[in-house]
Design a protein around this ligand. Structure first.
Ligand SMILES: [Zn+2]
Length: 871
C-alpha cells in the first residue's frame, strides 16, 4: 500500500529535535507485529484501504468496527443516534483497558475542568494531573472526501493491535472518540454508488446531496443545529467536553497536498487566545510529523480561516478545531496526474509551505497515509503532554468565567417580544450550546433601562459565554486585502451570524454589572399564551402576522381544510389593533384544533372575536399546491426542503417528469431555490452519464422550459430566489437589471447582514418590520427596476452594513431587492437575496411563505368577509 517513494531520514540533529516517533510504517514493520491477532483491514476488505479504484463500503466499514470492538478490549462500539434517514450513527471509543473502565470518572473530571467555578488553582492542577484528555476525531464529514472514511480502519487497527511505545502511550494517556462518519447516509450512498457503477460508462461520483437535506453544508450547521447529525455531535461534545477535535477533510488539487492549522486570518475574537495557540501548536506538530516522514506539500495559513461558528462548535467550548484537508484523487479513488507531467501544485517554497510536492501523481493511498500521519501526530502530542492539555483547557475555561472589563456583563432579551417563536428559537439555540439562561423574577434596571420580570438574562461570565457572545453581538469583520489597496481576501465562508438580527429578537448588550433576582431556566419552552374562547358562528379567530412561526399556523389550517383569510389592511377588533396580513380564520372546531396545536408549538397568541371584522382580505386557496424545484446537489433547495418539512407545509418536489405534463394541473406555486440556472432545468443531468434512478434530474429541454413559462402565464406563481432570479429573468424577460459592480475591489458582500426597507402593506412583506435587515451573500444581486412592484429595497443613503463585511455599500443605495411581476395571468416574485439563507435567516422567511400563499389567493371585499367566513 505505501509503495510511493519515502524521503530519506532527516539528519541526526533534526531527529533529536523531534519528540515524536518517526513514522507509523516504521513501527508497523517491526517484529512485534509479525502475528496480528485482530484481522487487518486488508484481510477484511480484501485490499489495502486506499488501493487504486477501490472503496470500502459503509456497511462493510461498520462491520469491521464491530469486529474490532468484539476482539479488542481497547475499543468500544456504540450507536449514539440516528441520521436524517434513520441509519445508525456510530461512535468508537478507544483507550487503555483501565481508562475504558474509568470513563465515568474521566468524564466527571473533564466536566469539572470545563466549569471551574469554585475550583481552586491547586485543585485544578491536581485534577489535570489525574485525568485523561478526550480527543474527538471526526471523519467523512463530506462523504465524497472518501479518504477520510477509508483511513479510519487503519487507525483503529493500529491502536487495537500494535504493541509499540507510541500506541501504548496514546492508549494510556488519551481517550479517543472516533466518529467514523459525520454523515453516515452520504458515506453509504457515495461508496455504494461508486461500486455499483464500476464497469459501466456512468460517472462514478454520486451526483446529489450527501446529507439528506444540506449536503456539503453539513458543516455549516454548528450554531443552528438543524440536522440530527449535528445534534448528535453537539450532544457528544457537551457530554465529554473534549480537549481536542480533529476534522478530516479533502480539498482540491490547486494547492499543497495537505492543509493543517494555523489558519488564515481572521480568528473570531471570541475564541480564547489559549485555544487559538493550542490550535496553532498542534497544527505545527502535525506538520512536523508529516515532514519527518518525508511527506511533502504540507501547507498552513492559507484558504481556511477561524471565523464563523457555523463551521466550529468546539472552539467556543474550550477545544481547538484541528482541520486537516488532504488534496483529492481523481474520480474519488484513481490516481490524479498533473496536466503537464510536472510536479503537482505550487513549487515556490515559503515559510508556510516548506517543501513543495515533487511528484506528478497523487493517489488515494497517499491521502490515507497523510491523514493517518496527521492523526497519529496529533494523538502522540496530546498523549505526551496530557496534563498540559487538560490544564490549558482549564485555563481557557477559567478565562471564560472570570469577569473581564473589556467584555459585556450580560445580554438581556426583554420580556414581551414581538415574535415569541423567534425568542424561543434564539434561547433554545443558546441552551443547546450549553449556555446558561436566567429569567428575571422581578422588574430590574440595567444600563438605565427598566426591564420587566420575565426578561431573559445571559451573563457573559459563564463557561460558554463566548458562544453566546459570538451569536448575540454584531460582527465587525476586518477589511482584509490581498495586498494594500488590493482586492478583498476572500473569507472561507460567510462573515455574520448575529442571531438577534437573523431571527428578529431584541437583545440588549449590558456593559456594566447590575443586580436582579433570577431563576435558572432548566429547559426553554415556547411561551404558553391562554387560548381564547369559541368565537361563535358570527365571529373569527385572529392571528397577527408578526411571527415567522405564523406560516406554521397557515400550514396547519390548510391541512385542516379551514377557511383562512388575510387582512389586506390594518383593522381594529375587540379593542385591539391588527396589522395587514393578520390571519382571519373560520370559527370551526377543525380550525380551533389546528390553531391550538400550532400555538402550543410556537407560543404565538391566538385571539377570537364574536363579530367577524369588515376588512378587505385575501382568501387563501384551499390546499395551495406548493412545488419546490429539485435541482441535483442543490444545497439551498435542500435547506428549504428541511424548512418546509419543519413547517409541515404540504409540498411536492418538482422533478423533470412534471415538465412533460401541465404544470398548472399540479402546482399553484413553484419555488426555484438559489443555484438553479436555465441549464440546470433545460440540460440537467446527462442521461448518458447517469443511470435511470437520476431521471428526475435529467434535462427537460426547450419544451419543458416553455412549459414553465406557460405555467406562469396561465396563472401560476413562480418564486425565484437569489441567483435564480437571473433564470426567471431569462424565462419571462423581466424588467429588472443587475445593478452591482462585478469587480470585488468595488463591491463585495461575502455573506453579511444588510439594511433593508420594506413596503409592509405589500402582501409579500406582511408582518415584516419596515427595516428588518436581510442576508446578502456573494451570489446575491440588487436590481434596477423598470417595471413591477418593489417590495423591498436598500436604503437610499446611509450605512448598508448591519453585521459582517461589506465593500462599496453605496452601490446598493436605493436598489431593489424583492420585486413582484405580473406575467400573463400569473406572478413572478424575484428575491435578489436569499430570505431563508441556510435557514439561519428566519425572520425574513415570512417573505417566502407570504409569497407562496399570496399568488394563488383571491380577494374579498370588506363587506363580503363576514359572510365568506361562514362559507
Ligand atoms: Zn470537506
Amino acid at each position: 500500500m505505501r509503495t510511493w517513494k519515502r524521503r530519506a531520514l532527516l539528519p541526526a540533529a533534526a531527529l533529536l529535535a523531534l519528540t515524536l516517533p518517526l513514522s507509523s510504517s516504521l513501527v508497523l514493520n517491526s517484529a512485534a507485529n509479525a502475528a496480528p491477532r485482530i484481522t487487518t483491514p486488508e484481510q477484511f476488505f480484501g485490499f489495502p484501504l486506499g488501493a487504486e479504484g477501490k472503496l470500502a463500503r459503509w456497511n462493510d466499514l461498520m462491520r469491521y468496527y464491530k469486529l474490532v470492538a468484539d476482539r479488542s478490549d481497547k475499543v468500544l462500539y456504540q450507536e449514539i443516534g440516528k441520521t436524517a434517514t434513520g441509519r445508525p450513527f456510530p461512535l468508537l471509543t478507544v483507550s487503555s483497558r483501565d481508562n475504558l473502565k474509568n470513563l465515568d470518572r474521566i468524564k466527571e473530571v473533564n466536566r469539572r475542568l470545563a466549569d471551574p467555578r469554585g475550583l481552586t488553582e491547586a485543585e485544578a492542577r491536581k485534577l489535570a494531573a489525574q485525568s485523561k484528555p478526550v480527543f474527538l476525531l471526526e471523519a467523512a464529514i463530506h462523504s465524497t472526501e472518501v479518504g477520510t472514511a477509508q483511513v479510519i480502519p487503519n487507525i483503529l487497527h493500529r491502536l487495537a493491535d500494535e504493541k509499540s511505545a507510541t500506541v501504548s502511550e496514546i492508549l494510556e494517556n488519551v481517550v479517543l472518540l472516533i466518529v467514523p462518519a459525520q454523515s453516515p447516509d452520504g458515506t453509504e450512498w457515495v461508496g455504494d454508488y461508486f461500486n455499483e457503477t464500476a464497469g459501466t460508462n456512468y460517472a462514478r461520483t454520486y451526483p446529489d446531496l450527501y446529507q439528506k437535506y444540506i449536503g456539503h453544508d453539513d458543516n455549516r450547521d454548528w450554531f443552528m443545529f438543524t440536522q440530527p447529525e449535528t445534534q448528535i455531535s453537539v450532544a457528544l461534545q457537551n457530554e465529554w467536553k473534549p480537549q481536542v477535535v480533529q476534522n478530516l477533510h479533502q480539498m482540491g488539487n490547486a494547492r499543497g497536498r495537505i492543509f493543517v492549522p494555523p489558519y488564515l486570518s481572521p480568528n473570531d475574537p471570541n475564541i480564547d487566545p489559549i485555544t487559538v495557540q493550542q490550535t496553532n501548536s498542534l497544527g505545527m506538530e502535525i506538520s512536523r510529523s508529516l515532514t519527518a516522514e518525508g511527506k511533502k506539500g504540507v501547507n498552513w495559513g492559507s484558504t481556511y480561516d477561524y471565523w464563523t461558528p457555523s463551521r466550529q462548535y468546539m472552539t467556543y467550548h474550550g477545544a481547538p478545531r484541528i482541520l486537516v484537508e488532504a488534496a483529492s484523487a481523481q474520480d474519488l479513488a484513481y490516481t490524479y496526474r498533473s496536466s503537464d507531467g510536472g510536479p503537482i501544485g505550487p513549487q515556490e517554497p515559503d515559510t508556510n509551505f516548506i517543501e513543495p510536492y515533487d511528484q506528478s501523481t497523487w493517489t488515494l493511498a497517499q491521502i490515507v497515509d497523510y491523514l493517518d500521519t496527521s492523526v497519529f501526530g496529533a494523538l502522540s502530542n496530546v498523549a505526551k503532554y496530557r496534563t498540559e492539555w487538560l490544564y490549558n483547557f482549564y485555563r481557557t475555561q477559567r478565562n471564560a468565567i472570570d469577569p473581564s472589563a473589556d467584555k459585556p456583563f450580560a445580554y438581556v432579551a426583554p420580556a414581551g417580544q414581538r415574535d415569541p417563536f423567534a425568542t424561543y428559537e434564539l434561547l433554545k439555540t443558546l441552551q443547546t450550546g450549553d449556555v446558561e439562561i436566567e429569567k428575571a423574577i422581578s422588574d430590574f434596571t440595567a444600563n438605565g433601562k427598566r426591564y420587566e420580570a420575565g426578561s431573559w438574562i445571559i451573563r457573559y461570565a459563564q463557561p460558554y459565554g463566548r458562544f453566546a457572545k459570538t451569536l448575540l453581538e454584531t460582527q465587525d469583520y476586518p477589511d482584509l486585502r490581498e495586498y494594500p489597496g488590493g482586492p478583498p481576501q476572500n473569507p472561507y465562508d460567510v462573515t455574520a451570524q448575529t442571531l438577534p438580527m437573523l431571527l428578529g429578537v431584541q437583545v440588549d448588550t449590558i456593559a456594566k454589572p447590575f443586580t436582579v433576582s433570577t431563576s435558572r431556566v432548566k429547559k426553554v419552552q415556547p411561551a404558553a399564551p391562554a387560548f381564547p374562547g369559541d368565537p361563535g358562528n358570527r365571529g373569527a379567530y385572529l392571528v397577527g402576522p408578526e411571527s415567522y412561526g405564523a406560516p406554521m399556523m397557515i400550514a396547519a389550517l390548510q391541512k385542516a381544510g379551514a377557511e383562512t383569510f388575510r387582512a389586506s389592511a390594518e383593522f381594529s377588533a375587540g379593542g385591539r389593533s391588527y396589522a395587514p396580513g393578520t390571519l382571519i380564520v373560520e370559527p370551526s372546531k377543525a380550525a380551533r384544533t389546528a390553531l391550538q396545536d400550532a400555538s402550543r408549538k410556537t407560543g404565538i397568541p391566538v385571539f377570537s372575536v364574536g363579530q367577524a371584522p369588515r376588512v378587505a382580505a385575501e382568501r387563501l386557496k384551499d390546499n395551495t399546491r406548493v412545488g419546490l424545484f429539485r435541482g441535483v446537489n442543490n444545497i439551498p433547495g435542500g435547506w428549504m426542503k428541511w424548512l418546509f418539512e419543519q413547517y409541515d407545509i404540504g409540498f411536492k418536489e418538482v422533478v423533470a417528469a412534471d415538465f412533460a405534463g401541465d404544470l398548472n394541473a399540479k402546482f399553484d406555486t413553484i419555488v426555484l431555490p438559489a443555484g438553479i440556472s436555465r441549464a440546470d432545468i433545460v440540460s440537467g443531468l446527462n442521461r448518458d452519464r447517469y443511470p435511470a434512478e437520476w431521471a428526475w434530474a435529467y434535462g427537460v429541454g426547450e419544451a419543458g422550459w416553455a412549459e414553465l413559462r406557460k405555467f406562469v402565464e396561465d396563472g401560476g406563481t413562480l418564486l425565484a430566489i437569489g441567483d435564480s432570479v437571473a433564470t426567471a429573468r431569462q424565462l419571462a424577460s423581466l424588467p429588472i437589471t443587475p445593478a452591482l459592480p462585478t469587480d470585488e475591489h468595488v463591491f463585495f458582500s461575502p455573506g453579511s447582514i444588510l439594511s433593508q426597507r420594506f413596503d409592509t402593506s405589500d402582501p409579500v412583506a406582511w408582518g415584516m418590520r419596515p427595516d428588518t435587515p436581510v442576508w446578502f451573500g456573494e451570489n446575491d444581486q440588487a436590481y434596477d427596476v423598470e417595471g413591477g412592484d418593489v417590495v423591498s429595497s436598500f436604503p437610499q443613503s446611509g450605512e448598508q452594513l448591519q453585521s459582517g463585511w461589506l465593500i462599496g455599500g453605496e452601490h446598493l443605495n436605493g436598489k431593489a431587492n424583492i420585486v413582484k411581476h405580473q406575467v400573463g395571468d400569473g406572478l413572478i416574485v424575484t428575491f435578489g437575496s436569499e430570505p431563508t439563507f441556510r435557514t439561519w435567516s428566519r425572520d425574513p422567511s415570512k417573505l417566502l411563505f407570504n409569497a407562496i400563499y399570496h399568488g394563488p389567493s383571491t380577494t374579498v371585499d370588506a363587506a363580503e368577509l363576514p359572510d365568506a367566513l361562514r362559507g
